[in-house]
Write a protein that binds this ligand. Structure first.
Ligand code: FMN
Length: 447
């Protein structure tokens, strides 16, 4: 029986880290966003630490982060093909939109990457939502119904294409002179309202059959398709309670689609910064702040605390008047955490250093603090898998694999080695080739 442990992947959205100034640090090569050697270096650090996958969100338009960083500059299939050639175990999860890509192109490109990597690929299936993305394909954003109808068609036809070449077609046999048994490579002849394909696909299945499908916890329209197709869900909950609820929603959606709840793994983002002591971790984060950003950072913090903050007292605990006036802001994440830290006597600079301005939940502290957090979420049923977001990739990723992973291993929460050779094996997911027949009732099926 397989042991139950958490799986862990690393988000590589911009290759610098979640802190707005990560790209300006001395240890960081500012050209990392287009430098594949640097990107391969990070992929190898993650793989040496036994991480299960690299998760690559994507946008198909010029997307600027804080402080003008260009996110997603290089087509992720091309990028991951290079990374695949320099790694052996780590999973590779690019993002492709169902609104702009034809199923034949998706099926063919992802099969190529799955073969190149010997079965380590996933596909984050997104329908896209930003007008800028649609504009690059000469379109405006469709209504949700059309968008999700197209998503259904693209996913089913892509999976059918993957299944159009059965394992039984065999391998080229030099002795008999029979290249393949073509009986097992057959057209699919599917035509929907938006897309279609005749098939068959031009290349055989990978060792894991076909890539795993990851779907985001998007609007309500995304829940039913996720229940049908997703092997994993990526969510952005802020608290354990929210995450438990969200995970349950998708587990029930899988059951509604005729599958088992455990077939859907719930992934959640987690940001971190590390130090040998908590003080060291906070000081490291403080050193990442730039004085010119301070006014904006203080304005953001003051929204969380509900009181004005002065630039002349950033390194002092809040005054008793300020403490009395603290007011939780229900519309801003991490308001509760910021207020708690203020009451504990931390100065505004130290409260910011705790990561309260980060977009996702997380910890700035020691390896044990980080391991405690991951263990608590995992054991509460809030997540099966964590997509870690380093505050600064150039040092935090290696610190995570060298310091946090051993603690998790000691606690029996992480295996000593990769569990298998494919992403499916490492994620504890079954082999799949083609559309799962259990999910197809007459009305959902594309003919
Ligand atoms: C955790 C998470 C990750 C997402 N990643 C991407 C992404 O990489 N690319 C993208 O275009 N959209 C991404 N989305 C957006 C969703 O696919 C979706 O379009 C959005 O949440 C709006 O919902 P709707 O499309 O159902 O209206 C993500 C959403 C979430 C919650």
């Amino acid at each position: 029986m397989k042991t139950k442990h958490m799986t862990i992947g690393v988000a590589m959205a911009d290759f610098y880290g979640s802190h707005p100034n990560a790209w300006r640090s001395e240890e960081t090569n500012p050209l990392t966003y287009i430098n594949i050697d640097e990107q391969i270096k990070y992929a190898k650090i993650a793989e040496n630490g036994g991480l299960d996958y690299i998760f690559m969100p994507d946008r198909v338009f010029l997307h600027l982060g804080f402080t003008g960083i260009v996110n997603f500059p290089i087509d992720s299939i091309v990028q991951l093909s290079a990374i695949a050639a320099h790694t052996k175990h780590i999973g590779l999860i690019p993002t492709l939109s169902t609104s702009f890509n034809e199923p034949y192109t998706i099926a063919r490109q992802l099969r190529a990457l799955d073969l190149i990597s010997k079965g380590r690929v996933g596909w984050q299936v997104v329908p896209s939502f930003e007008p800028d993305a649609f504009a690059n394909y000469g379109q405006s954003v469709p209504n949700s119904r059309d968008k999700y109808e197209r998503l259904h068609e693209v996913v089913q036809i892509t999976q059918a294409l993957w299944g159009s070449w059965k394992k039984e077609a065999g391998e080229p046999n030099q002795e008999t002179g029979v290249f393949l048994n073509n009986e097992y490579i057959q057209p699919i002849n599917l035509q929907g309202k938006y897309v279609g394909a005749r098939g068959p696909l031009q290349a055989p299945p990978s060792p894991q059959g076909q890539p795993i499908l990851v779907m985001p916890a998007a609007s309500n329209s995304g829940i039913q398709p996720a229940g049908m197709y997703a092997d994993a869900i990526i969510g952005m909950p802020n608290t354990i309670e929210e995450s438990v609820r969200l995970r349950e929603i998708f587990r029930s959606a899988a059951e509604d689609a005729g599958r088992n709840a455990d077939e859907i793994k719930f992934m959640t983002f987690f940001t971190f910064g590390l130090g040998k002591t908590r003080r060291e971790a906070l000081d490291r984060r403080r050193a990442m702040e730039n004085p010119e950003d301070l006014p904006g950072r203080l304005r953001h913090l003051s929204m969380l605390l509900g009181v004005p903050l002065s630039e002349s007292a950033v390194d002092e605990p809040l005054t008793s008047n300020q403490l009395r006036a603290l007011q939780q802001n229900p519309h801003v994440n991490k308001s509760t955490q910021a207020i708690r830290l203020a009451k504990e006597g931390y100065s505004p600079l130290d409260i910011i250093a705790h990561g309260v301005l980060d977009n996702t939940p997380g910890v700035v502290g020691t390896a044990e603090d980080v391991a405690d957090y991951l263990q608590e979420w995992f054991e509460a049923g809030a997540a099966d898998s964590f997509v870690i977001i380093a505050d600064r990739l150039s040092d935090a990723l290696s610190d995570f694999v060298n310091q946090v992973i051993p603690v998790l291993q000691e606690r029996g929460l992480r295996p000593e080695n990769y569990m298998g050779n494919t992403l499916r094996e490492n994620m504890n997911l079954d082999y799949q080739l083609g559309v799962d027949p259990r999910i197809l009732n007459e009305s959902d099926q594309i003919k």
